[in-house]
Write a new protein. Structure first.
Length: 315
């Protein structure tokens, strides 16, 4: 029997440039899905750009605690997409700090830097379905546009969404294009969803794409992260629906702040596990204090101890 010839079909966009969700082609089959028999999984996914501070560690401890308390597996994933700022030695140090606090991955640690081809498969799928567009805007141009006196939104303003072919050629001559998701604006519930970047203009897959693909392929059913990432959740949920992925449960933890009122940050030398150890506190005590800050798993913890009071001052 003669094999049927495979053809690539592009979906016709609506007059506003959007495409109905049900017209999206099926996602590419992949052998990268990990242990689909597992009931559920939680994860912690740091970027190896600096030493983990106590806020990061609290998120990791709670993510591991929450996953295992439900009988889920717990995973660690390194979000090292940016090869300029991510370093293997920092990843090693982060894993050592996590292990000191009893936070270990139940499977091999996944590094996103080795999965670029996988992410691009899904971008190709979206491109073939008419759900992307090239964007030549710089960050400065976008910021200036959304901060204008009469700007209607803080989202991407749509500057490149409907460029003519001649405009695209002209812009591409001076700046490489990023690839953005074309959100369906005809649906009222999508009004707060941004045209997120899928591929940066340097060819690197973007965070929102990689995290959605990896959560699906790793079987992640619960995502614990800081509340500073809550604003990207609707866009990630939208991309999950487009690709036919499951939507995990999201838990956004309150941020930790220093005595100066600024939130803790890896890049600003904030308190780390090493700082606690140098002050004479054990890793076990730090783990207990971090859980105590969320009122979890702290039987026998002395809330009047100096470490507990110190951590309390950071919240």
């Amino acid at each position: 029997m003669q094999a049927r010839k495979q053809t690539r079909v592009r979906t016709r966009a609506r007059s506003d440039g959007s495409v109905p969700l049900h017209r999206l082609k099926s996602p590419p089959k992949s052998n990268t899905r990990v242990d689909s028999s597992v009931e559920g999984s939680g994860r912690f996914a740091p970027s190896p750009t600096g030493t983990l501070h106590l806020g990061n560690l609290r998120t990791a401890v709670f993510a591991e605690y929450s996953a295992h308390s439900r009988g889920y597996q717990f995973l660690i994933r390194m979000e090292d997409l940016d090869r300029l700022t991510s370093r293997p030695d920092i990843a090693d140090k982060q894993l050592l700090d996590l292990e000191s606090l009893g936070v270990k991955s139940d499977r091999a640690v996944v590094f996103q830097s080795g999965r670029f081809d996988l992410y691009r498969q899904y971008v190709t799928l979206l491109e073939d379905s008419g759900l992307t567009f090239e964007c030549f805007c710089s960050r400065r141009e976008i910021q200036e546009s959304v901060s204008a006196p009469h700007a209607a939104s803080t989202h991407y303003p749509g500057t490149c969404r409907d460029l003519s072919e001649s405009d695209r050629r002209q812009r591409s001559a001076s700046r490489p294009a990023a690839i953005r998701l074309r959100t369906d604006r005809t649906q009222g519930e999508n009004s707060h969803i941004d045209d997120i970047v899928l591929i940066r203009n340097d060819g690197v897959p973007a965070y929102n794409l990689a995290v959605v693909v990896d959560d699906e392929l790793q079987g992640v059913t619960q995502v614990v992260r800081g509340e500073d990432l809550a604003h990207v959740t609707p866009s990630q949920n939208y991309l999950q629906r487009l690709l036919g992925f499951r939507t995990p449960e999201y838990v956004h933890l309150p941020l930790m702040f220093g005595p100066d009122g600024h939130r803790l940050s890896k890049r600003h030398g904030d308190v780390t596990l090493s700082d606690c150890l140098r002050l004479g506190f054990s890793a076990t005590a730090v783990r207990s204090a971090l859980l105590h800050s969320l009122e979890l798993g702290t039987n026998g913890w002395d809330s009047s101890s100096s470490l507990a009071q110190w951590l309390k001052s950071l919240l």
